[in-house]
Design a protein around this ligand. Structure first.
Ligand SMILES: [Zn+2]
Ligand SMILES: [Zn+2]
Length: 102
């Protein structure tokens, strides 16, 4: 009888460990899901921090000496055009969900 009790408590422990593991995995998955890569500027961003001015890009190409849109002379100068980060994957996911519901 004692043996059986030991075994069942061991099993319970294993189950708790497994649960904790799953919980951790779920948490990590959420972080990855929230972190997206912008198709416009290529930077990683969080949907919760995606504002209308978060994505800074240039309207025109860098000519080699300056940006034709704003005249900034450094290639890594912050963009003059502000927009929201754009993530195409998100739209595709939404489409998949629509199909799933139908
Ligand atoms: Zn962006
Ligand atoms: Zn510019």
């Amino acid at each position: 009888m004692q043996k059986f009790e030991k075994l069942s408590s061991q099993l319970l422990n294993e189950r708790d460990k497994l649960r904790q593991k799953i919980h951790k995995l779920k948490n990590r998955k959420n972080v990855d899901l929230n972190q997206k890569t912008c198709k416009t500027c290529g930077k990683e961003f969080l949907e919760s921090e995606n504002f209308n001015w978060s994505c800074k890009t240039h309207r025109y190409q860098f000519s080699g000496q300056m940006w034709w849109c704003c005249g900034k002379t450094k290639k890594d100068a912050p963009g003059c055009k502000f927009a929201k980060h754009f993530c195409r994957d998100e739209e595709e996911e939404d489409k998949d969900n629509e199909f799933g519901e139908k």
